[in-house]
Design a protein around this ligand. Structure first.
Ligand SMILES: Cc1cc2nc3c(=O)[nH]c(=O)nc-3n(C[C@H](O)[C@H](O)[C@H](O)COP(=O)(O)OP(=O)(O)OC[C@H]3O[C@@H](n4cnc5c(N)ncnc54)[C@H](O)[C@@H]3O)c2cc1C
Length: 599
């Protein structure tokens, strides 16, 4: 049911509610912004959340319950169109419905980004967005609870205290389930033999190597630490100026009809947000200052389109009147593809280790010192073609010349000599009596899009939009994914780990022989992948002339008071899992919003 709050200090509740700020989406990013803006008691904040409270949902709270919430009423399970470059099948894109958003159903991994890939945001024209400026916000958001010495030693967990927060709202730590295992040391020696060194802390801006990553978990309560638990539950009684409407769907923005509305070039001012309440009532909630869209990378661009902000032709086809012509809304969708290899367990290895072992190998470690230059040359030569292909996917609303520049920047990160970004995340755990290595290529070049299909389509149903990530559209994306599969095969064949490894189970050498070429392995991977659930970029922060949707203040071009703060604004994919970076971005965004209110 609804979070009930008595209207306080000048706040109006109900049908003609007016607030300083309206935050659309009480998810990972939205709750950060709501908490921070409401720190000023004179400022009123309304959060509109489509789902309910998940505080007592056991599929959410159980920190070892990954997957339990999938397919339940709190999983949007959006469907893509058939993926023509990847086996022809549609894919399911999961996202969490409820207070806390996707942080309530995710895998809890807390890994950040490579410092030079955040620096790239500034290099492409987003002033102020670099690692040096963002690191303090990663720290501000975090509260690392350090396990006792016995747990640290048993789980082979290390960290650099200088890059972690001690007083932030978000509790991080390591999951229980780790015993005094021999596996950590075994893997360390194995990866070292493969040229992949131990990384004592992958959260300091350099991710490559082998490590044991922390999780978003409240270790004292042994409960998932999602955005609601971190950023909202602790203040729900005290923050009288913050109201959360649950089970309330934002339908579209409404605009002020002041002079200039509809005139080319004049910035549009949002009046508020049209909502549909739980009992089907439609009304408008008004914002005196700003509307902040935090509905996630799969929804915020759709809300812009439904409000008349987007590609004129797409809006016209859906019967929506154009308010701001911003043709790249919904473009630049970047996700990763997730595959898994499985192997038998040999030599009566009985330790049921649940530790968060991860390898982040670089291109050189994946393809080998002798081959990496040839791989790089092939990718470099293909970049102009990639740019043209992506431009044609989006009807040339992003120019091939601009995309080629961006692709060169991403290429530089992949093949950089000083600080190469890892190209795969390789996990290892036991499940169902086998070794399971789920993995994903970290830096694909493919880009797709999502667009609204009808003016009144709900953004909270799995069918409200046409979503196309274009998995495996471009050659590198296949090369990277196949390279990582072969890396995993080598890892299972390398001592001392290989001593506890039985025959390959999936795909199995009969299905994909040991000497299979890129095409054979690639074809199997394309038949057996899923989305990695890391969609970003659909309202990208970039200069407008190169295809951006928001500026470096996260303000939507052509509007005076609408921002996007969520995974939509990331211009490029990052190598870490997303929430740590989203918490940091939202913390920084909150400061930008506060500063602009003072100015
Ligand atoms: C299965 C899965 C596993 C993952 N594992 C990890 C992991 O281990 N570590 C990690 O860091 N990341 C992981 N991720 C990714 C990460 O959780 C997400 O990228 C991140 O939570 C997205 O945050 P966001 O703020 O962009 O959107 P969200 O957190 O999704 O917030 C959007 C909110 O808006 C609400 N909303 C949507 N439409 C409307 C509307 N019309 N009106 C009102 N409200 C609306 C939603 O209900 C939701 O609460 C995973 C994701 C998935 C799906």
């Amino acid at each position: 049911g609804c979070v009930k709050r008595a209207p306080a200090g000048g706040l109006v509740d109900g049908t003609d509610g007016t607030y300083d700020y309206i935050v659309v989406g009480g998810g990972t990013s939205g709750l950060v912004v709501a908490k921070r803006l409401s720190e000023d008691p004179k400022v009123s904040v309304l959060v509109l959340e489509a789902g309910g409270s998940l505080e007592n949902n056991a599929n959410v709270t159980n920190p070892l319950g990954y997957g339990l919430a999938f397919g339940t009423e709190i999983d949007y399970a959006y469907q893509t169109v058939e993926q023509k470059y990847a086996g022809g099948k549609p894919q399911t894109l999961r996202a969490g419905k409820g207070l806390g958003g996707t942080s309530t159903i995710n895998g809890l991994a807390y890994t950040r980004a490579e410092s030079n890939q955040i620096d790239l945001w500034e290099k492409m024209g987003n002033e102020g967005w670099n690692w040096k400026n963002l690191l303090p916000y990663y720290v501000k958001s975090e509260h690392l609870d350090v396990p006792n010495a016995e747990r640290l030693e048993g789980g082979k967990m290390t960290f650099d205290a200088a890059v972690h927060g001690k007083e932030g709202p978000l509790k991080t730590g390591w999951l229980y389930g780790t015993t005094n295992s021999t596996l950590g040391a075994t893997l360390n020696t194995t990866f070292a033999a493969m040229g992949v060194p131990w990384n004592a802390d992958a959260n300091d801006g350099s991710m490559a190597g082998y490590t044991v990553y922390p999780s978003t978990v409240d270790q004292d309560l042994n409960i998932r630490e999602d955005a609601a638990r971190a950023y909202y539950f602790p203040i729900r009684e005290s923050a009288k100026n913050l109201k959360v409407m649950l089970n309330t769907e934002a339908r579209r923005l409404t605009w002020k009809t002041a002079a200039g509305n509809g005139t080319a070039g004049a910035a549009q001012t949002a009046e508020g947000v049209e909502i549909m309440t739980q009992d089907g009532k439609t009304m408008v909630m008004k914002a005196k200052k700003e509307v902040i869209l935090s509905a996630g990378a799969l929804v915020s661009p759709l809300l812009l389109e439904k409000s008349g902000v987007g590609n004129k032709a797409i809006l016209a086809a859906a019967g929506i009147k154009s308010v701001v012509d911003l043709p790249t809304v919904g473009e630049n969708l970047q996700d990763q593809a997730n595959n898994g290899l499985k192997f038998g367990i040999a030599n009566n290895f009985t330790e049921t280790d649940k530790n968060a072992y991860v390898a982040y190998p670089t291109a050189e470690q994946v393809f080998g010192k002798d081959n990496v230059a040839a791989v790089a040359a092939k990718v470099k030569a293909a970049l102009p073609g990639y740019a043209q292909q992506v431009a044609s996917v989006n009807g040339n609303v992003t120019k091939a010349a601009d995309l080629e520049k961006f692709f060169n920047m991403q290429y530089d990160l992949i093949f950089d000599e000083a600080q190469p970004n890892p190209i795969a995340e390789v996990l290892l755990y036991q499940q169902g009596g086998v070794w399971d290595s789920e993995y994903w290529g970290l830096l694909p070049f493919s880009r797709g899009n999502l667009h609204v299909t009808a003016a009144n389509a709900s953004t909270t149903s799995a069918t409200g939009a046409k979503i196309n990530p274009n998995f495996f559209m471009l050659g590198w994306d296949v090369t990277q994914q196949v390279g990582a599969a072969n890396f995993i095969r080598r890892m299972y064949g390398t001592a001392p780990f290989k001593d506890v490894v039985g025959p390959e189970d999936t795909p199995g050498l009969k299905t994909v022989p040991a000497d299979a070429d890129e095409k054979a392995m690639g074809d199997w991977l394309k038949q057996n992948y899923r989305s990695n659930f890391h969609p970003v970029g659909t309202a990208a922060m970039m200069p407008r002339e190169v295809g951006g949707v928001v500026d470096s203040q996260l303000k939507v071009y052509g509007t005076a008071n609408v921002r996007v703060v969520d995974a939509s604004i990331l211009p490029f994919q990052v190598c870490g899992h997303l929430v740590s970076t989203l918490y940091a971005v939202s913390e920084r965004a909150s400061d930008l919003i506060k500063a602009s209110a003072k100015a």
